[in-house]
Design a protein around this ligand. Sequence first.
Ligand code: NAD
Ligand SMILES: O=C(O)C(=O)C[C@@H](O)[C@H](O)[C@H](O)COP(=O)(O)O
Ligand code: ZN
Length: 353
Amino acid sequence: MSKQEVILCKNLELSLGQAIEKCPYDRLFILTDEHTHRLCMPQMKEVSYLKDAIEITIGAGDIHKTLETLASVWQVLSDKGATRHSLLINLGGGMITDLGGFAAATFKRGFSYINVPTTLLAMVDASVGGKTGINFNGLKNEIGVFAPANSVLIETEFLRSLDTQNFFSGYAEMLKHGLISNTSHWTELLNFNTESIDYNYLKQLVGQSVQVKENIVEQDPFEHGIRKALNLGHTVGHAFESLALAENRPVLHGYAVAWGIVCELYLSHLKAGFPKDKMRQTIQFIKENYGIFAFDCKQYEQLYAFMLHDKKNKAGIINFTLLKDIGDISINQTTDKDLIFEMFDFYRECMGI
Ligand SMILES: NC(=O)c1ccc[n+]([C@@H]2O[C@H](COP(=O)([O-])OP(=O)(O)OC[C@H]3O[C@@H](n4cnc5c(N)ncnc54)[C@H](O)[C@@H]3O)[C@@H](O)[C@H]2O)c1
Ligand SMILES: O=C(O)C(=O)C[C@@H](O)[C@H](O)[C@H](O)COP(=O)(O)O
Ligand SMILES: [Zn+2]
């Protein structure tokens, strides 16, 4: 996979113009969801290159990260004459960059695309690294391909219209990056004033956070080894997300990851010696800011069944990424079912369920 250009923009219009010039195209498309079309598209109207772009707008939220929505995007591409030499700009959160990236990577076996992430989660995580796809059969990202965007243009001014829940959803992936990188970044994140956001400081943290992801993806673009670090919290988090979806009470991805981190830090403590004080401090932050995902012991089997679908697994054995300490990563960790159930007990006890 070629190294991806990720730019923390000073001037989006200029950066986008330069990125587009690097991708000669016959037809230009821009994908938004109903919210980013209303809130973020007006800023793009200034960009002269986009005057003739064909707009595609889909429903917002992960419930639309489906085969049906993907087919509707393919349909417009086909009807409007997209070719292998077309260019797609994804303007939105992780749902848009995942689905749009997959649409571009598969239409006529693939054409170029540029990500302009508009949520915190997409800026620090989803828009970078080339994982694209859709949810399928109640499972997260079940269908997809690795296909990086030609450029990722991060304009943090878009964050000013983001609601609190989506701010914290993205912040969970930043916390994950703190845990897998170093103590000083983790400490900065735990101490950031989330009640009164300093957007200049946030921009600096976004830069640091996306750098953690870029460094790892560069070493292992196809997740054969160290990229599994980026999946910390997701073995359990995706199971929570799938259970929530099955029970018609969807949760935001980052919230599921935060609750997944609570579980996987417990396993990290037991199996890899992750320090108890750092586990407690991280869990305290999550309890204070993410509320509770409730389930009872009758649902343990169902959660376990969802975890059996994790993409890191091999031969039916659930694969965890654990930590010996902050920044000290142990990939390919396994454990028996009893300990997984004990981990659920721990989660429920410390969340007060
Ligand atoms: N590919 C990857 O590496 C990767 C990494 C992390 C997460 N993901 C995926 O990303 C998705 C979650 O992404 P997300 O949290 O960005 O969700 P999202 O794209 O659904 O966006 C969340 C909500 O915020 C709205 N929104 C977007 N930008 C806005 C803005 N500037 N102001 C106000 N509202 C805005 C959206 O319309 C939506 O309603 C999940 O599907 C997850 O699986 C992928
Ligand atoms: O980029 C990666 O690698 C990640 O694992 C980042 C995750 O935050 C992200 O949610 C990713 O989509 C999960 O991928 P999956 O392979 O577990 O579906
Ligand atoms: Zn994630």
